[in-house]
Design a protein around this ligand. Structure first.
Ligand SMILES: [Mn+2]
Length: 354
């Protein structure tokens, strides 16, 4: 098993590749969508109502040259670019919405997946969701008053509809105030995912790319009046019904899976690590479950992270673990300190269990 660091778009630079290397990471998971505020010092949202931001990339796909340049830059630091995490909502919104540009966007996505493969990047993480990550607040109520994410369904209206022009908690064109995405059922979402994967998995396989799905964060059956595909362990496992392609797999987010109402995360991890269905792991801990939970430091939550590493080792897991969003530590670089803390913990446990 390998240690990696996930970097937001605003952090994809030499300084942060050095930071990753210094903290013991060997791999990078890169995000190319700019959805986090704060640039060099990113911070997770405090105002969930406004969305993560705007994507200006409608019709502007990632190019093969850009992807290759990123891989080479990562490699120049002695690191490996393991994955790209998340498609740009401006590239595939009508696939998610079953809208009029769907066929064109399917062609665009084929090109992106081919180019990710041609660029020598083996994994593409994605999150097939309309509401996206939504409804959190970041509050200074973690250990030592660290700022960390809380979700409390009772404190918000979880079914506020999504304005047109927004998807996945980002706008891709001007949002229209009084027009909203109509209610979308689970069956409709499932049909959209099924169609998407039936087309993309053969392309992914041909180009040596694994497409791995993140579970729904927060894991509610409906959010913003739209169904969520992967809000329980059983629903998440259903992903594999679509295809047994080696390119079809999980972006295994421990925290999100622990937040779900039922199910045993260790059993799920053991089962799919054994089947080689895990592209990479989001290593995050949490206290509580939906409808109320708080993200916490890796060493203090409901999950036994030592047990997690042991399960991965027992299954000879060859993939990468990255810290997921972590509580922010009170200092000049809250995000970096939080990640360094998580990476140090992870490295220590891996060495001890080795
Ligand atoms: Mn995650």
């Amino acid at each position: 098993m390998k240690l990696g660091l996930g970097l937001y778009k605003s952090l994809l630079n030499d300084q942060n590749f050095s930071f990753a290397k210094q903290a013991g990471a060997t791999h990078i998971v890169a995000q190319l969508v700019d959805y986090v505020k704060g640039g060099d010092n990113p911070t997770l949202t405090q105002n969930y109502l406004n969305g993560w931001g705007h994507s200006p990339n409608k019709g502007k796909l990632w190019t093969l040259d850009e992807l290759i340049a990123l891989r080479k830059q990562v490699e120049s630091h002695g690191l490996i670019l393991e994955a790209i995490e998340n498609f740009d909502p401006a590239h595939w919104y009508d696939i998610l919405l079953d809208g009029p540009l769907k066929l064109q966007q399917m062609e665009d996505m084929k090109k992106i997946i081919r180019d990710v493969g041609k660029a020598g990047i083996p994994i593409m993480g994605y999150y097939f969701s309309l509401a996206g990550v939504w409804g959190w607040t970041s509050v200074p109520e973690g250990r030592g008053n660290a700022k960390s994410v809380r979700f409390d369904a009772s404190a918000i209206d979880t079914q506020i509809p999504i304005p047109k022009g927004m998807i996945w908690n980002m706008t891709y064109e001007d949002a229209t105030e009084n027009e909203f995405i109509p209610r979308v059922t689970y069956e409709e979402m499932w049909a959209r995912l099924n169609e998407f994967l039936k087309v993309m998995l053969p392309i992914a396989e041909e180009n040596g790319v694994k497409l791995v799905a993140h579970p729904d964060d927060p894991p509610l059956p409906y959010l913003r009046n739209t169904a969520r595909l992967f809000h329980t362990h059983k629903h998440y496992e259903r992903l594999l019904e679509i295809s047994d392609s080696p390119s079809n797999g999980f972006e295994f987010c421990l925290g999100t899976l622990q937040e779900m109402e039922e199910g045993n995360v260790y059993e799920l991890l053991n089962k799919y690590a054994a089947q080689n269905k895990i592209g990479y792991v989001h290593f995050r801990n949490v206290k509580g479950k939906v409808p109320l939970y708080q993200e916490v430091f890796v060493d203090e939550g409901d999950l036994d992270m030592v047990k997690v590493i042991r399960i991965l080792k027992d299954n000879n897991y060859q993939g990468v673990l990255i810290p997921d969003h972590t509580p922010e530590m009170t200092c000049g670089a809250p995000w970096h300190a939080g990640k360094a803390y998580a990476l140090g913990y992870m490295k220590g446990v891996i060495q001890a269990i080795g």
